[in-house]
Write a protein that binds this ligand. Structure first.
Ligand code: ADP
Length: 158
């Protein structure tokens, strides 16, 4: 009975994030998407909006939970009884950041494992940052994000 968390900014959630959630959640007894909210980061969407956009896409995924973390992710994992942090790896460019974070988290709490999941190549080019940039030019976002996110981005930039 191993619980996992999938933390991230999800600003906003993309089809790449959804693919990881869909594929990985059945492997764990409990799977929680944890929306990070850091005062040091500037987000396009509020915490509430980021959570709403995720929640609306979880309706057909039984047992996937959603929560917020405003502090250290290992502290969150410990109090939630989660042994595993799931992270996605799109390309080599993600590697340095992910290994640095995994090593720091390991030092902070050696009992919590970071598990890296390779992205489906169909989604490996999708990043929230890029999607936001494309959205500012009014492009069709249907290949990058769920429909509710495309609508929210359109509204944001219209
Ligand atoms: P963070 O600010 O923590 O990197 P993100 O929302 O950008 O938050 O990403 C959360 C997790 O999802 C990270 O592990 C990231 O590598 C992964 N991820 C981001 N985009 C994709 C994608 N297109 N496919 C699969 N995983 C992704």
């Amino acid at each position: 009975m191993v619980k996992a968390i999938y933390p991230g900014s999800f600003d906003p959630i993309t089809l790449g994030h959804m693919d990881i959630i869909r594929r990985i959640h059945p492997l764990f007894s409990e799977f929680t998407v944890v929306v990070a909210n850091s005062t040091a980061k500037k987000y396009l969407f509020s915490l509430e909006k980021r959570m709403q956009l995720i929640q609306e896409n979880l309706s057909d995924l039984k047992g996937v939970r959603i929560d917020v973390c405003e502090g250290l992710i290992v502290d969150y994992a410990k109090q939630a009884g989660s042994r595993v942090i799931v992270r996605g790896l799109r390309a080599l460019s993600d590697f340095e950041h992910e290994i640095a974070m995994a090593n720091i988290n390991k030092r902070l709490n050696p009992e919590i494992e970071t598990m890296i999941v390779f992205t489906d190549p169909a989604y490996s080019f999708i990043a929230s940052r890029m999607v936001k940039e494309v959205a500012t030019h009014g492009a069709d976002l249907s290949g990058f994000v769920p429909a509710n996110v495309a609508a929210a981005l359109k509204k944001e930039y219209s």
